[in-house]
Design a protein around this ligand. Sequence first.
Ligand code: HEM
Length: 495
Amino acid sequence: MDLSEPEKTLLFALLIILFIVWLLQRQKLQKGRLPPGPPALPLLGNSFHVNLKSPHKSLIKLSEQYGPVFTIWIGTYPAVVLCGFETIKEALIERGHDFSSRYPLPVLHKVSGGYGVIASSGERWKNLRRFSLSTLRNFGMGRKSIEERIQEEAQFLVKTFGNKKESPFSPDFLMRCAASNIICSIVFGERFEYGDKDFLSLLEMIAENGHILSSPWVQLYNNFPKIMDLLPGPHKKIFQNISDLCAFLNKNIQSHKESLQKDFSRDYIDSFLIKMDEEKHNLDSEFNDRNLLMTTLNLFLAGTETSSTTLRWAIQILAKYPHIQEKIHQEIDEVIGSLRCPAIEDRAKMPYTDAVIHEVQRYIDLVPMNLPHMASNDIDFRGYLIPKGTLVIPVLSSVLKSTSQWKTPNSFNPNHFLDKNGCFKNSDSFMPFSAGKRKCLGESLARMEIFLFLTTLLQNFVFKPVIDCKDINISPVFSGILQIPHMYNFCAISR
Ligand code: HEM
């Protein structure tokens, strides 16, 4: 075929363009050498492979087929799933920097706009995390001063439970009040009465959000945010509740601003305001109003819902297994007696109680899929290439319920944390607070709260269910971001 000169030039240009397109395509494919996973449908991704009622269980099941590192598609975006102790340890601890960013899941991004310590990444996150940790420690997290605050709050709880006069009641809401009051003392410098109407309405909103965030609605929102934004449903309530909670916090922040003394910080908000003032000439400072509001909200929500839900689970499990409750009562009687409050230093002398608390946290597997992580840069991991910005899901449940790490992973068994002499023994696979650089910021506060609240309650009461203990269902009613227990009434019988 004879081609004219202009036709030859055109063909040559076309071939060059095709070559460049091929090269770019190849580069893209190489860059995204994502781990294999189940076949995904266009737009719907792997929606059909994941059970919305307990997504972590579907992920663990898929890992049996595709291995400990695999890819699923959430709607139109990929997520690299990490399962098992070795894989999660390698990613979050040994390759901590690579995996320490936070993925802006649609629901998280809509709520936070990328501000605050939980939702941020990079320099913003580093600054906010460093500041928050050191400020929480200054206000006594993990130390004597907060121990006294928790002991005092535990006595309020005992008094309120005692007022029920051994008649049946649900301890859930009161547990939430008590746990919330601890973080409120640190963040706002005040505690609230359990009957305070404003406080109760805040806690109701937090509880409601905890439920919706753990329901299938949020999975649907994260899969199809644009469509879900147009549809009515409980997911809309989350955003309404967050905006009401922010209004309360803004009012509180404003009154802190009006009474601030720059040389004396009363609480976390004061410390943040003082830091904002110190950095007021730095235009790039992360210490600004939006990060103050969001980080305060983060601490308030994370500090209220997690510890109180753990305590609710603990009471329920102990009511189901009265012989375990009885053994804790014995240990309390031997080590503490009835004349003084439990203190943190008692823990080392109470191996059985410590083992039960660890087992509660392992068994309930409170945050089964962790919070979403993100590849901080292109990551070469186990022969795959995970592109920067990819969602990473380290499935904590796959470690806490691993058949290779625990003798009876799916039953409640305090012996997981006891050696043959009855001494407490910890395990590297105990990671309910996650692991590595992004590990829970409130871990030492939460551990103090759970030990002191639980031992103080058990020093004073025997928890008896109103139904047969065999009928208490200790599997979650919802599993999403958190695993939520069923709700039961108990009688708190004075000891
Ligand atoms: C039993 C109680 C608790 C459990 C099981 C728990 C669990 C977790 C988990 C799994 C994460 C995600 C870690 C990651 O991304 O790898 C986290 C993060 C976080 N937790 Fe907790 N938590 C608890 C209590 C608390 C308390 C009392 C506070 C309040 C100070 C708190 C504040 C936070 C914050 C601010 C983060 C975000 C840290 C970051 O992104 O750097 N948590 N927690």
